[in-house]
Design a protein around this ligand. Structure first.
Ligand code: 5GP
Length: 198
């Protein structure tokens, strides 16, 4: 099987990485396909099984762990498990595409460590923690308690930025989208990231 590239986007929840990943997926020349993760959390809003995530029970998730089916997995929030199935990457590579991940910082760095040369690991930095809070509240899909849980985690996640190949600051969305597109396009063509920003 021909192995393609792995493009990892990691960031605190609410920093805009999902918007960036969706934009990149729409750029045909990048030849990307989305790595659909498994999660034990419930669907939010109009999320669909097999599109945003494979929504599975905690019991099935633990079974996959036991069987060694995951490339990586994390209990990102208490009782909310997320993981990338090895079969998902194989499925995408078999179609000749590159894989793009929207994944937490620990999982992202784990993939970079497993496939150092094939992976571009990008961290998306929100303007500030206050702005993150505002964005999460605006989303209106989660309880106050869950939002606070995500914000508490954000500071820990922000500290991991220097371990990534590249950091995109998402102050202005269009600028961040352009930067992401250039960065990924360059990596796919040349096999290495342009310059590091911290
Ligand atoms: P959400 O519940 O907002 O969809 O995702 C919560 C966090 O889990 C986000 O940071 C998301 O990127 C991350 N995540 C999604 N899929 C995976 C995965 O397969 N593995 C890991 N480690 N994190 C994931």
């Amino acid at each position: 099987m021909a192995e393609g590239k792995l493009i990892v986007f990691s960031a605190p929840s609410g920093s805009g990485k999902t918007t960036i990943v969706q934009y990149l997926l729409a750029q045909e020349e990048l030849n990307l396909d989305f790595s659909i993760s498994c999660t034990s959390r419930d669907p939010r809003g109009d999320e669909q099984h097999g599109r945003e995530y494979y929504f599975i029970t905690l019991k099935d998730f633990k079974q996959h762990i036991k069987q060694g089916d995951f490339l990586e997995w994390e209990e990102v929030y208490r009782d909310n498990f997320y993981g990338t199935l090895k079969s998902e990457i194989e499925r995408i590579w078999a179609t000749g595409k590159n894989v793009i991940f929207d994944i937490d910082v620990v999982g992202g760095l784990r993939i970079k460590k497993k496939f150092p040369d094939q992976t571009l690991a990008v961290f998306v930095k929100p303007p500030s923690v206050d702005e993150l809070k505002r964005r999460l509240k605006k989303r209106k899909t989660e309880s106050e308690e869950r939002i606070n849980m995500r914000i508490a985690k954000a500071s820990v996640e922000l500290a991991t930025a220097p371990q990534f190949d590249y950091t995109i600051k998402n102050h202005d969305l269009q600028t961040a989208l352009d930067e992401a597109k250039n960065l990924v396009g360059h990596f796919i063509e040349n096999g290495h990231a342009q310059t590091k920003t911290k």
